[in-house]
Design a protein around this ligand. Structure first.
Ligand code: GGG
Length: 348
């Protein structure tokens, strides 16, 4: 049996991961799922959002299927105990530096986009977000009393050249299998960290003479994404800009409930999760869209288990379910989370 860590987390996490587990079990009966608590669910039981036993199960699995973390009722906890620290801790501890976020407009969903169908039809962008550096992890950070006696918050944007180079290699190698174009998104006109980002991306690009590289400031990239999204193919960017741009890109696809992700390290270990959060407002109502998590399961097969046929089988089933009219509420339909899982299973 191949062991998969199943970290469902908070809010709608358990509902969406359950549908992905059902699909994976049909496509790959050899998988064994080992469940562990993470996020607010783990904090409530153990006093920590990422208990050592959860990290241990994640480390000793072929891949991690992750739901979502976040719980408003724990917002008053010190930052290091908040549910979100669980996913940041997994990324840091497992060195999951390359986050692949495909934004695809599925044929049946072109009219569900926030843009006109003719602008988005056929859209297929791959956003590659660096995950282990930037303002998320840079030190120092904190809230302190400044010289004027005022509370002052500070975070530090920080990247070293090795961190930039390794994710840039991932982007260029991905582009080699696609349309051979990379757009690196930064803010090099204002931020020193981002000037280094641009310099290192240019240096790495010399190893890939067949790939066209261009650079875009993040503010312009945000604008171009809603003006002419098909001008992009692979977008390479840092941790914070990637977080924001991928939520924006999700709306081109119809819903944030459609975007899967793979977070990869230098080995085959990967963490696979929908880009959406725990959505506490709809948790426990069987109302969530499980497709981002089901598509994340397809990425798990592709990237951690080298099972391209299994991945394509799941993606084709999602496409067929959508073509048959299956729609959850976020896509303008009435279907529940389980019913959407049923529709994908029926299409397998
Ligand atoms: N499934 C994604 C999730 O749970 N996100 C919660 C979160 O706070 N993530 C931090 C980030 O990705 O920036």
């Amino acid at each position: 049996m191949t062991r998969i860590a199943l970290l469902a987390g908070d809010g709608i996490g358990p509902e969406v991961t359950e549908q992905a587990r059902r699909v994976l079990t049909v496509v790959r009966p050899d998988l064994e799922f080992v469940e562990a608590l993470v996020g607010g669910a783990a904090y409530r039981v153990s006093g920590h959002p990422l208990p050592p036993e959860t990290l241990d199960i994640a480390r000793n699995s072929a891949a991690i299927l992750f739901g979502a973390v976040g719980d408003f009722s724990l917002d008053t906890l010190p930052r290091e105990l908040r549910p979100e620290q669980a996913i940041l801790g997994l990324r840091r501890e497992l060195d999951l530096f390359a986050n692949l976020r495909p934004a695809i407009v599925w044929p049946a969903l072109a009219d569900a986009s926030s843009l006109k169908p003719e602008i988005v039809a056929g859209l297929d962008i791959l956003i590659i977000r660096e995950l282990t550096g930037d303002i998320y992890f840079g030190q120092p950070k904190g809230i302190a009393i400044n010289a004027a006696g005022l509370r002052e918050g500070h975070d530090t944007m920080r990247y070293d050249e090795a961190q930039i180079a390794r994710v840039a290699h991932v982007a260029f190698q991905a582009a080699e299998k696609r349309s051979k174009r990379v757009t690196s998104v930064d803010k090099a006109n204002v931020l020193e960290t981002m000037q280094l980002w641009r310099d290192v991306v240019i240096e790495v690009s010399r190893d890939y003479p067949g790939i066209a590289l261009d650079h875009m400031y993040v503010d312009n990239a945000a604008m171009q994404l809603v003006k002419n999204p098909k001008a992009f193919d692979v977008i390479l960017t840092g941790n914070m800009f990637g977080d924001i741009l991928s939520d924006q890109a999700s709306m081109l696809t119809g819903s944030i409930g459609m975007l899967p992700s793979a977070s990869l390290n230098a080995d085959s270990l990967g963490l696979y999760e929908p880009i959406h959060g725990s959505a506490p407002d709809i948790a426990g109502q069987d109302a969530a869209n499980p497709l981002a998590t089901i598509l994340s399961a397809a990425m798990l097969l592709r990237h951690s288990l080298a099972d391209e046929a299994g991945a394509v089988r799941i993606e084709s089933a999602v496409e067929a379910a959508l073509a048959s009219g299956a729609r959850t509420r976020d896509l303008g339909g009435k279907m529940g989370c389980t019913a959407m899982g049923d529709a994908v299973l029926a299409a397998l």
